[in-house]
Each structure stands twice: as C-alpha cells, then as structure tokens.
Design a protein around this ligand. Structure first.
Ligand SMILES: *Cc1c(COP(=O)(O)O)cnc(C)c1O
Length: 355
C-alpha cells in the first residue's frame, strides 16, 4: 500500500529549549492515519498535517474502550542519524494486542514503513540532546457509529509523535513504590498482555492513591492470590536477589515489554544468572529483611531503567541499596541507552536506521 504525503503548509516553530520539552505535550507537524472497513481492509494510508479528529458521539471507542496503542522512540545520534530501537517488536506486539481486542492486524513490515515515513517527514522534530527523543505513539480504535456492540466494521489507526525531554533531566533518582493489595491491573484471561487503554483506566485509581501517599508508582500483584508481583506502574519489574536477576515470568496478565526482553537478552549474553518465574511478595519482603534484595528496577521505553529505592507494603517500608542506584542497574542503563543513542556498538542488530 502506498502512503500519500500531504505536507503541512504551516509548520510550527521547533521548540528551542530541549530541557523544557517534558513528555507528550508538544506534537509534530504531521500525523499518519488510515482506516479499515470490514470487507475492504485497510485503505487511505496517508501522512497529513497534525489536526484534531472528528469523531461520531456514538463511536465504539468512546463507549466501550476498544483501543490499543504502542510506545516507541526515535533517537538522534551525535552524528545526526535518526534511528529506531527494535520497531518490528512494536509492530508484532500491536498485532497481538489487536487479536486480543478483535481489532484488525496490520502487516508488520507496513507498520514499520509507516513509522519510517512519519519520522522522515518530521525528522527536524527529533531533538538532539542525549536522553531526548521523539516519542512515537501508534494507536488503533473501533469507530462504528452505533451503540449496539457487535462485530467492529470500522477501525482507525493513527500515529502521532511528540518531541520529549530526557526522562532523567535531574539525574537518576531511585523512586519510592508501594505494593497495591486492593485494586488489580489485570487478570489472566483478561487483557493484561495487550497494550490497551482499558488497562490504564483500571490502574488510574491506585496510581492516584499512591501519589497522594508520596509514592511515584504502584507495584501490582496478581489478581487471584494478590501474592505474586507483576509489574510496577507501566513498567516491568526486575530484582537482583543474592546475585541473580529475578523477574516475573510472562503469565498472560503481564505486558511483555521490549525493554524487559532486551535486558534479559543482554544479561544472558553476558552470562549473568537470570530467572523468569513467579516472585512472591513474601520472598521480596524476606529478601529485603535479610539484605539479599540487592537492587530493584522498573524497565520500559520511557525511562529505560528506573531504580527502586524504597518499597512499601502493608504500612512497612523497606530501603533498597541505601536508596542509591545499584551498579547492575547503572550498567544496564548505560548499555541500553548507549546502543539507543548510537554511542555503543549494537552487536544484536536492534538498531533500525531511518534517515
Ligand atoms: C508499555 C508497557 C511496558 C513496557 O514495555 P516497553 O516495550 O519496554 O516499553 C510495561 N508495562 C506496561 C503495562 C506497559 O504498558
């Protein structure tokens, strides 16, 4: 399928001060859009000037939340090259999310071509500083103009992009997290492994409660026994316990992060002992008490790696690594960001050059 490009006749001035970009507040001059209709499939693929959408008040997404998304970044190297990190993994994951939500798949090669095209058109919007990036947000939603929910006959897919500042503009400071034992994010058989808006809607209340108590993220437990650790906020979670990296195995309710997968590949490649298995909150508390919980970090595209300095559970607080970033956490951060921003070799073939 060809992608038609209509250039924005009124491009906005690029933000001059990269340190005040923040996250997801400013958008580029263009966006990608295409539509799907049962019978005719995907059609009208085009890059158009960024603009508001027109949507029918009865649109499926507004009432039944039929929506999935992806999150990825374009990085600018010191030499000026713009590149992506494992975009095919995002495309494949989007299709797994689509299947779960009865939304149509997109040929993964075409989705990568769409990202390449949009990033090329808006390449001047990719910021320059190490740690800054162009955040890319593909999303898809059911858009039938009727309240009766049967099969979805009309779907829209868009990609928008937002220049974003460094996640660690003020340096890497370990975060305080609280184990949530009331609300659950997802259950097996539900939509936990799909990147869908509804999972975030279900997480919102616990996140706000945690913030009110002074914690930046929620550590989610499994939905059945409330005993096994799943994820932290919208990141995957990893622990270093007695010299080994331990992370919850993908069980259907955990989102399979591309950062998670990449860190596990880096560790295994370096011969580091790694265990993907169930991790109970009792094991964590015991390890925190006897000092074998050496490091803990969340991982995801936005932060890459986010060290955990303090863990609260049922009114008790546990300090991890003196609330300082641990050496393994730091090494993983340095290696991954080094590859993403083109400072280090990429022996794994993860980098996808764009322009
Ligand atoms: C996107 C996401 C992650 C991290 O995935 P990455 O591919 O590493 O960015 C983890 N958990 C949830 C719930 C997410 O939505």
């Amino acid at each position: 399928m060809e992608i038609k490009i209509t250039h924005n006749p009124n491009p906005a001035p690029k933000p001059a001060d990269e340190s005040s970009l923040g996250f997801g507040r400013i958008f580029t001059d263009h966006m990608f859009q295409m539509e799907w209709d049962r019978g005719s499939g995907w059609h009208d693929a085009q890059v158009v000037p960024f603009e508001n959408l027109t949507i029918h008040p009865a649109s499926t997404v507004l009432h039944y939340g039929l929506e999935i998304f992806e999150g990825m970044k374009a990085y600018r190297t010191a030499q000026g090259q713009v590149q992506l990190f494992r975009p095919m993994e995002n495309a494949l994951r989007m299709n797994r999310s689509a299947l779960r939500m009865s939304l149509p798949e997109i040929p993964p090669e075409f989705m990568v071509k769409v990202i390449d095209t949009l990033v090329s058109v808006d390449r001047d919007w990719v910021p320059h500083g190490f740690g800054t990036s162009l955040y890319i947000r593909p999303f898809m939603f059911g858009d039938d103009a009727k309240l009766g929910l049967h099969t979805v006959d009309h779907v829209r897919f868009l990609v928008i992009a937002s220049p974003s500042g460094s996640y660690y503009a003020e340096g890497i400071n370990p975060v305080k997290i609280i184990i949530e034992d009331e609300d659950v994010r997802a259950v097996r058989g539900g939509t936990g492994y799909a990147k869908c808006g509804g999972n975030y809607a279900a997480s919102q209340r616990a996140g706000e409660r945690a913030e009110a108590k002074g914690y930046s993220q929620v550590l989610w437990l499994d939905g059945v026994e409330r005993r096994y650790v799943e994820e932290v906020g919208a990141m995957n979670i990893m622990f270093k316990i007695a010299g080994k990296v331990v992370t919850p195995a993908l069980n259907g309710s955990i989102l399979p992060g591309i950062t998670r997968m990449s860190i596990l590949e880096l560790l295994r490649d370096g011969g580091f002992p790694v265990e993907e298995r169930r991790v109970s909150v009792d094991e964590l508390v015991a390890a925190a008490r006897d000092g074998t919980l050496e490091e803990a970090w969340g991982c995801g595209t936005a932060a890459v790696v986010s060290p955990v300095g303090r863990l609260a559970y049922k009114g008790e607080e546990f300090i991890i690594h003196n609330e300082k970033i641990g050496s393994l956490t730091q090494a993983l951060y340095d290696r991954l960001t080094g590859i993403q921003w083109g400072q280090l070799d990429d022996p794994f073939g993860w980098i996808h050059p764009v322009c």
